[in-house]
Design a protein around this ligand. Structure first.
Ligand SMILES: Nc1ncnc2c1ncn2[C@@H]1O[C@H](COP(=O)(O)O)[C@@H](OP(=O)(O)O)[C@H]1O
Ligand SMILES: [Mg+2]
Length: 260
């Protein structure tokens, strides 16, 4: 683990540093353990990143609670005032498919009712985005009239997304990892990320807080707010998109559901 002290940096900087250092652990593991593949590589990655992040958080933020995909949800996390919501390896499948780059580390902080800081590291791409320095949203290539590009899961795209894409004349951009899909909007490679059918708070917390800091729209697919640190961490659907497309996409999603 990288050396840290309890006073080192504000929460935004801590989120970035932890996501980056966990990414280094994962890159090192993937390079060194050429004997591992498939489920063994996935498990080794989940475990190594979880151990790193748990130790780092215990060091720099010992009084805060943690909700992680890879740790038992114990104690009174849901009634805590500060909770780090982490996914040590998002896009686990893609991590195990060398040399794919579409996997991420998610580190977010929830405080007093909402997400307040976070980072999404994309270690194999060398591209971390965080709330300490949110990027400016690039122009849409082709301008406002260009077909909408929807980032979707490459392994389990929600059934309604195909119908939605047909309704919109949109292009599907399949890739792994919720964080990679959300950040692809900030890279200018997609215009929206639509998901439904299952996911958990750790899959979307860091992507959502970084997306919001950069001015993107974030909501459930019915337009209601995404809320975090609930007793049950199931958070099965979301829409993250360029702000000027939000009403258009929410209407189209509602129409698609109405006619399904
Ligand atoms: N229907 C579903 N139910 C539960 N989790 C889902 C899901 N669809 C996607 N996810 C989770 O969302 C993340 C991104 O998935 P995808 O790449 O398919 O879009 C993955 O996280 P993990 O890799 O952390 O498990 C995946 O497990
Ligand atoms: Mg995940």
């Amino acid at each position: 683990m990288t050396s840290t002290t309890t006073t080192a940096g504000d929460d935004h900087a801590v989120a970035r540093r932890l996501a980056d250092s966990a990414g280094e652990v994962l890159l090192g593991l993937r390079a060194a353990r050429t004997d591992l593949e498939g489920a063994e590589l996935k498990d080794a990655g989940d475990r190594a990143s979880q151990e790193h992040l748990a130790a780092a958080l215990a060091d720099v933020r010992p009084d805060d609670a943690v909700l992680s995909e890879e740790a038992k949800d114990v104690g009174d996390r849901a009634s805590a005032t500060r909770v780090w919501i982490i996914d040590p390896l998002d896009g686990t499948r893609e991590f195990s498919e060398r040399p794919r780059e579409d996997w991420a580390v998610h580190v977010a902080l929830w405080q007093d009712g909402d997400l307040v800081a976070g980072a999404v590291a994309r270690p194999a791409m060398g591209a971390t985005l965080a709330t300490d320095a949110p990027p400016a949203l690039p122009e849409r290539p082709g301008g406002p009239g260009a077909p909408v590009r929807l980032a979707v899961s490459r392994s389990r795209p929600p059934a309604f997304v195909t119908a939605l894409a047909e309704r919109l004349g949109a292009e599907l951009v399949p890739m792994g990892s919720a964080g990679v899909k959300a950040m692809s909007i900030l890279d200018g490679a997609a215009d929206a990320y639509v998901h439904a059918g299952g996911q958990y708070e750790w899959d979307s917390a860091a992507p959502v807080v970084v997306a919001r800091a950069a001015g993107l729209h974030t909501s459930r697919i019915d337009g209601s707010p995404l809320t975090y640190n609930r007793e049950d961490p199931l958070l099965p659907d979301l829409l993250i998109c360029r702000p000027e497309l939000a009403d258009f996409l929410l209407d189209a999603i509602a129409d698609t559901h109405a006619t399904a």
